[in-house]
Design a protein around this ligand. Structure first.
Ligand SMILES: NC(=O)c1ccc[n+]([C@@H]2O[C@H](COP(=O)([O-])OP(=O)(O)OC[C@H]3O[C@@H](n4cnc5c(N)ncnc54)[C@H](O)[C@@H]3O)[C@@H](O)[C@H]2O)c1
Length: 269
């Protein structure tokens, strides 16, 4: 028996990286998983991600492992498409138990994205893919979860949503992640009476292919990990285990929380 047998999960941004890890992990616990992404083959952008794939997409990987999966390819900033996906999932599988609103990320270079210099087009793009995408996803699953009187929502912030990096670059990304964390507290207040828990994770440096390309990996004692208490970057599994905690009965009395997954990276607040 899997802990999530009979449950239906939606993971956004699940074609590669952390989202792919969450989708596969939830499937390994028995959930049927809807995999959504702007591009279901986005792993092709990074050699290491492509190398790790055991199928043509996360959907294929789950299916070939004996699980149930559906694939949806659209922009998470498009509210109508988000609602259409959730309707489709409900139609095919009859319920929606878990949402991991993972789609997102930063765009642009740190030097060009300080608080007052961030170009309006980048501000708009990053807000659309992070904050708006999260609000649309939560808004689309909530009516179904309310009707069921149960559900688990996990949103995704970042270390950058709590701490402004030295130099102030990536202000648009950090501000979006802070907004997601605070939105989640409101979400928990609204949904708690319906038996729905909503929590937010704040990953630190997690060694997905995109991040390894930027800052290097764990091999050979990376100097960049010296500010992290456990002296290493995180792994996809480190985050997937916290997701498991947040979507199973281990966390029945946890809601509205912001949970850092950062190895004790020295943080303010
Ligand atoms: N990796 C880290 O160190 C780290 C740290 C803090 C927070 N995060 C957050 O975790 C999440 C996943 O990070 P990752 O490292 O796996 O990123 P990633 O870039 O490797 O994967 C993100 C996925 O989201 C998809 N995506 C991007 N824009 C989209 C859109 N508009 N609509 C639908 N899908 C879209 C991409 O195609 C990609 O498959 C992001 O929200 C990111 O901000 C990651």
């Amino acid at each position: 028996m899997g802990k999530l047998d009979g449950k239906v999960a939606i993971v956004t941004g699940a074609a590669r990286g952390l989202g792919r890890g969450y989708a596969r992990h939830l499937a390994s616990l028995g959930a049927k998983v809807a995999v959504s992404d702007l591009n279901l083959r986005s792993y092709q952008e990074f050699e290491a991600e492509a190398h790790a794939m055991t199928g043509d997409s996360t959907v294929d990987e789950i299916r070939s492992g004996g699980g149930d999966a559906l694939g949806f390819e659209f922009d998470i900033g498009d509210r109508d498409q988000v609602f259409a996906m959730v309707e489709d999932v409900k139609k095919q599988w009859g319920r929606v138990d878990v949402l991991v609103a993972n789609a997102g990320g930063g765009r642009g270079k740190p030097a060009e994205t300080t608080a007052t210099l961030v170009p309006p087009d980048l501000l708009e793009l990053v807000t659309r893919m992070n904050f708006y995408g999260t609000v649309h996803s939560c808004s689309a699953v909530a009516p179904h979860m309310k009707e069921q009187r149960s559900g688990r929502i996990v949103t995704v912030a970042s270390y950058a949503g709590s701490v402004a990096g030295i130099g102030g670059g990536y202000a648009h990304y950090g501000a979006n992640k802070a907004a997601i964390a605070h939105y989640t507290r409101y979400l928990a207040q609204e949904l708690g009476p319906f038996g729905i828990n909503a929590n937010c994770i704040a990953p630190g440096v997690i060694a997905t292919a995109r991040i390894v390309q930027l800052v290097g990996g764990n091999a050979g004692g990376n100097k960049a990990a010296e500010d992290i208490a456990v002296r290493r970057f995180g792994t996809v599994e480190d985050c997937a285990k916290v997701i498991e905690f947040l979507v199973t009965d281990l966390s029945d009395y946890v809601t509205g929380a912001l949970i850092p997954i950062d190895g004790g990276w020295n943080r303010a607040g």
